[in-house]
Write a protein that binds this ligand. Structure first.
Ligand SMILES: NC(=O)c1ccc[n+]([C@@H]2O[C@H](COP(=O)([O-])OP(=O)(O)OC[C@H]3O[C@@H](n4cnc5c(N)ncnc54)[C@H](OP(=O)(O)O)[C@@H]3O)[C@@H](O)[C@H]2O)c1
Length: 315
């Protein structure tokens, strides 16, 4: 099968398409023919070995000290089940499924092997592109807003980085839970972020949010330019600061009212999000779609830090 190999850390050009053996599903696993896969900021971090301050060594220990331990990256996919391993009962060949791979990755390829418990059915009416574009930002925003910040009607939420994969979901989900939302983005994305549900938009090129006079119940940083100290200054008493991108130092010091770390990859959350898309309550934002052979261009767009929502590759 064709797959994107990243066998050394570096710029987008290190990613190249090669022929590799097709994996076989083992016990409890499914083999999925990938129709669409996301090229996420997470993939780009690993490919470029660019991790938040302090995480350089721990991340290299996890992903590979000198080069990626698993050279086929790609965490998020949507496609059709090709084959199942022993012990898989509720997923069968021909089913449309999507999911996240966890640390095993491998979705930037024609086929990906993944534990059956990590996939969710793609509802009819939801495209593979939308399913692949949904899960990375959607599951992250859902976890932090619903499970950690308990957003409910009337909650005042600030989303920093409102036009990215995480931010575009955070704005919509905060609105879905009844919050009023202020989004931080650049001028070119202001109308777009309003369209996602933000009642107010702050242009970061004009206003430095760390000096904003307002206070919020939840501050959700999906950029990484707020620290624990600067983020907390934007909170009302009892508010919650979500640092989706945090330094090791802030991660170690995070206490009550400050949430860091990684969101879990739960099939039940995927199913909940997919139903919201199927019922048009949630829109998946896909900036551009590339053929797998153009993986370098896909990575260049992700590396720009200016993508709108998601970037998709199709094998
Ligand atoms: N903790 C977790 O579990 C978790 C999970 C997923 C992702 N993450 C992290 O979350 C971060 C966001 O991921 P993502 O995929 O959503 O990123 P992304 O899609 O690459 O974000 C791009 C967006 O960020 C906006 N942006 C750039 N600079 C900005 C600034 N100074 N202020 C406000 N917006 C700005 C851009 O808008 P303009 O073009 O308008 O500037 C662009 O639309 C990444 O660092 C990622 O590693 C963490």
């Amino acid at each position: 099968m064709r797959a994107v190999i990243v066998d050394r850390y570096g710029p987008p050009d290190v990613a190249r398409v090669v022929e590799v053996p097709r994996p076989s599903p083992r016990k409890g696993e499914v083999l999925v023919r990938v129709v669409a896969a996301a090229v996420t900021s997470g993939d780009a971090r690993i490919r470029g070995a660019r991790f938040p301050p302090g995480f350089g060594l721990p991340a290299r220990l996890a992903f590979g000290l000198r080069r990626p331990r698993r050279p086929i990256l790609g965490w998020v996919f949507s496609g059709v089940v090709e084959d199942v391993g022993p012990g898989v009962a509720d997923v069968a060949p021909g089913h449309a499924v999507c999911g996240m791979t966890g640390l095993s990755m491998g979705a930037h390829a024609e086929y990906v092997r993944v534990a059956a418990g990590r996939v969710a059915a793609v509802p009819s009416g939801v495209s593979h592109s939308d399913a692949a574009g949904l899960l990375f930002g959607g599951s992250t925003a859902l976890y932090f807003l619903r499970d950690k910040a308990s957003v409910r009607p009337g909650t005042r939420v600030l989303v920093n980085g409102a036009s990215g994969a995480v931010g575009s979901n955070a704005v919509q989900l905060a609105r879905h839970f009844g919050a009023t939302v202020t989004g931080v983005t650049s001028a070119r994305n202001a109308e777009f972020v309003r369209g996602l549900g933000a009642g107010r938009v702050i242009d970061y090129a004009i206003d430095d949010i760390t000096n904003a006079p307002e206070r919020f119940d939840v501050v959700f940083d999906a950029v990484g330019n707020l620290s624990m100290a600067s983020g907390r200054r934007l909170l009302r008493d009892g508010g919650v600061l979500v640092l989706a991108v945090a330094s090791l130092w802030d991660t170690l010091r995070a206490r009550r009212g400050v949430v860091t770390g990684s969101g879990p990859e739960r099939a039940a959350d995927f199913a909940w999000l997919l139903q919201r898309v199927a019922s048009n309550e949630l829109t998946v934002v896909v900036d551009r779609t590339f053929p797998l052979d153009h993986i370098g261009d896909a990575y260049r767009l992700v590396d720009s830090g200016r993508k709108r929502g998601n970037v998709i590759v199709r094998p």
